[in-house]
Design a protein around this ligand. Structure first.
Ligand SMILES: N[C@@H](CCC(=O)O)C(=O)O
Length: 304
């Protein structure tokens, strides 16, 4: 029997002794001020037990991790055209790269690079009168936690400096792949990214991807086919231009965000979330990647 708390404690001790902790994202000014000594790890087993170390109940900016939840919400809206407006191939490029979008006629490579997530935002903006509230309600509902909220300071900070996202949205619009106005879509997108959650809340939100579409309250929120597909996109596209490295080192579907969070899961078994705000050169949490590699190596629990 694996003693999961011991495994987590061992990883925690190791990472807390590490000096090179990466660098926090600075292109969103509000994120540059976060203390890189923060570290949290939270494990939620499908069988019900939970384990945590560090600040697993401290909130942080989850950023691109929300792209998976936005995709899940968009996929649960009937009669939408996700598969015509987006591809599902890894981009092999940074999340905010624009060149491929131009060459490929405004069809983003996948829903987890920024241009793809902006198309998903457009679908959500079209579907709801109050998309921000609707997305927040969705996240609160799948986690059973009404304390989850946006951090509007972070959203404002990104809105003031999100030049590349404006460029991507205008490019999408020029190709006819944005139905709403650029400002309306980005206003939603920046607020969506500013969602503030703890590692524990993230594990709870992603439980449905490890549990055949049934969320924490046992209500089915996604079909098994959609869960299969979204998990596949997490595995192939969840880590910017480091998805291959994450599959190689960790071996789980997952998603990272520039706030330093990473969530990963083993279907039918567990969800694990980590937060360490210092990023590596590819924009993934440096110690978060290391912690998850250690977890799957020590427990021998990965999809491979
Ligand atoms: N809001 C961030 C999200 C980036 C990320 O976490 O990958 C952006 O659009 O640049």
């Amino acid at each position: 029997m694996i003693n999961y708390q011991d495994v987590l404690n061992g990883i925690y001790q190791e990472v807390m002794a590490m000096k090179d902790r990466g660098v926090p994202a600075s292109y969103i000014p509000e994120l540059a001020n976060v203390d890189i000594n923060n570290f949290a790890l939270h494990l939620k087993m499908n069988s019900g037990e939970t384990y945590g170390v560090g600040q697993s109940t401290t909130t942080f900016s989850v950023q691109s991790i929300t792209k998976v939840l936005a995709l899940a919400l968009a996929a649960s809206i009937d009669n939408n055209d996700i598969l015509e407006r987006l591809d599902v191939e890894p981009s092999g490029h940074p999340f905010n790269q624009l060149a491929l979008l131009e060459v490929e006629n405004g069809i983003p490579r996948n829903p987890f690079i920024n241009s793809g997530a902006i198309v998903i935002s457009d679908i959500i903006v079209s579907a709801f009168k109050n998309p921000k509230q609707e997305f927040l309600n969705y996240v609160r509902d799948i986690t059973g936690d009404n304390s989850i909220d946006y951090d509007l300071k972070v959203a404002k900070s990104e809105k003031e400096t999100g030049y590349r996202n404006y460029a991507a949205a205008h490019l999408l619009k020029s190709f006819g792949n944005l139905k709403n106005e650029v400002n309306d879509v980005l206003d939603f997108y920046f607020v969506q990214c500013s969602l503030s959650m703890t590692c524990e809340q993230i594990s709870n939100a992603f439980y449905m991807f490890a549990n055949r579409g049934k969320c924490i309250s046992n209500v089915t929120r996604l079909t098994e086919q959609k869960v299969k597909r979204i998990n596949a996109i997490m595995l192939t596209c969840g880590f910017y231009d480091e998805a291959g490295e994450f599959a190689f080192e960790v071996g789980l579907p997952g998603k990272s965000g520039v706030g330093g969070g990473i969530v990963a899961l083993l279907p039918e078994h567990f969800v694990i979330s980590v937060w360490s705000p210092g990023l590596n050169s590819r924009g993934n949490s440096k110690l978060g990647m290391y912690a998850l590699e250690q977890f799957t190596t020590k427990t021998q629990l990965s999809i491979f």
